[in-house]
Design a protein around this ligand. Sequence first.
Ligand SMILES: NC(=O)c1ccc[n+]([C@@H]2O[C@H](COP(=O)([O-])OP(=O)(O)OC[C@H]3O[C@@H](n4cnc5c(N)ncnc54)[C@H](OP(=O)(O)O)[C@@H]3O)[C@@H](O)[C@H]2O)c1
Length: 241
Amino acid sequence: MTTLIVGGNGVTGSQVVEQLLIRNQEVRIIVRSAEKLPQSWKDHDNLKIIEASILNMEKATLSNHLSGCNAVVSCLGHNMSLKGIFGPPQKLVTDAIRKLCHGLNEQESSNRPIKFILMNSAGHRNQNEVISLGHKIALYIIRNLLPPHRDNECAASFLRDNIGPDNHSIEYVVVRPDTLINEEKVSDYSVFPSPTRSAIFNPGKTSRINVGHFMAELLTDENLWTQWKGQMPVIYNKSAI
Ligand SMILES: NC(=O)c1ccc[n+]([C@@H]2O[C@H](COP(=O)([O-])OP(=O)(O)OC[C@H]3O[C@@H](n4cnc5c(N)ncnc54)[C@H](OP(=O)(O)O)[C@@H]3O)[C@@H](O)[C@H]2O)c1
C-alpha cells in the first residue's frame, strides 16, 4: 500500500512516517524542505521525498504524486510563531485537503476507495457534541481569535460535508488528539467517538507517537478502518484518562 503524507516532517507527521515504514508500507512525503530530514529517511527504499509546497504545486504535478496512492494523510499544522498563527496561509489545512481531495477525485485509479486521514484536534467540536455553555463561549472566542483553530474546524467540516461518510471514491477518518506530548515509545491509548472531557477546561494528553501508531493501524487494519471510517475519533493516552 502506498500513502502520501503532507506535514510528514512535522513532529507528529514524522511519527506517522516511521510507523508506516515499520509496517513495510510505501510512503511519499511532500515537504517544503528536505534539508533537516534524517539520512535514514533519505536512504530508505520505501520512502519518496518530494520537496515542494503543497499549496503552490501545479495540479498536474500533484496528480503524478497521487497516482498509485491508496491513502493520503494530512498532519499539516500552522507553525507556532506569530507569522504561523496569524499570517498567510490562514486556510493552510483546509486548502491543502481540498486540493488533495480534488486531485484524488480526478485520478483514474483502480485503488478506490482511497483512504484519507486528517490530523485534527479534540478542541474541534463535531456536530451535535454536547458541551457546556462556558465551553461554547470559549470556543467562540478561540475560533474568532485564532485562525489555526478556525482552519482545523473548516478542514474537518470539508471532509464531513463535502466528501461525506458514504463517498465511494474517498473514505475519511478525522483523528482528534488532545494536548500533544512527546514520548519515546508507543503506550496504551484509548479511542472514543467524541471527547470524554473538555479540551479547554480539563484537557487530556495524547502522545504524538500514539497518534502515529493509530493512523498507521487505521491504514493497515481493514477492520479498524471500517470501525472508524466517516468518523472523527478522539484519542487519549490511557494514563491521561
Ligand atoms: N499542540 C497540540 O497540543 C495539538 C493538539 C491537537 C491537535 N493539534 C494539531 O496538530 C497539528 C500538528 O501538530 P504537530 O505538533 O505535529 O505540528 P508541527 O510539528 O508544527 O508540524 C506542522 C507541519 O505542517 C507544515 N506546515 C506548516 N506551515 C506550512 C505551510 N505554509 N505550507 C506547507 N506546510 C506547512 C510543517 O512543515 P514545515 O516544517 O515546512 O513548516 C510541518 O510539516 C497542529 O498544528 C494542530 O493543528 C495540536
